[in-house]
Design a protein around this ligand. Sequence first.
Ligand code: DC
Length: 225
Amino acid sequence: MSNNQIRVVTIDGPSGSGKGTLSQMLARHLGYHLLDSGALYRLVALASVKRHVDFAREEFVVPIAQNLNVEFSVEGNSMQILLDGEDVTNAIRQEAIGMGASQVAAHPGVRAALLERQRAFARLPGLIADGRDMGTAVFPESVTKIFLTASAEARAERRFNQLKAKGEIVEMENLVADIRERDERDSKRAVSPLVPAADATIIDSTDMSIEEVFASMLALIKQNS
Ligand code: DC
């Protein structure tokens, strides 16, 4: 592969599989850019709430996605996300906004509106693209495609610990139910459902540590470069 070619690594998988953490670790390690595509869908959900728009009303949600006024700024090791100039870095991580994101993401018009915005993240030297349809729809030409998964229980436990660390108290049972509901909607939607690309390498992280998953992903990336 020549040096002036942008290397895109796609990491898709269900919520709580560890994609976010691993994508950040890989981007930092390789000096690549990072696309957190879930954040874009979360921003659409949050902007809809702020404008009192029902997630189900595609005709109102699409213009919000088309006109999303968002800025990502990296400060040291952390990323700040501004929506209409307001810092929403933490607000978009709430469970309710994640559920909303999954609902607005099912609208074909919303996905179309966000497509070019996502592709624009691909810049030299490379990009780690984290999402549900990175390898299948947004970057189908990518040479390294990873599908990261884990059991619903393991993912709920990880999410529980993440939320607890942020002071958000949720019931474990509700979390497993929410994860199943979100998996079901993300996998069954008509447009760009959550499925591994035919040429993706599947990694099941249920019984693996973050470090083990990181090492196996890095090995895959190196193999392909
Ligand atoms: O990765 P996340 O939990 O931040 O994503 C929130 C929701 O956004 C997820 O339930 C489905 C949707 N999403 C999507 O449909 N396609 C993507 N590429 C990323 C996220």
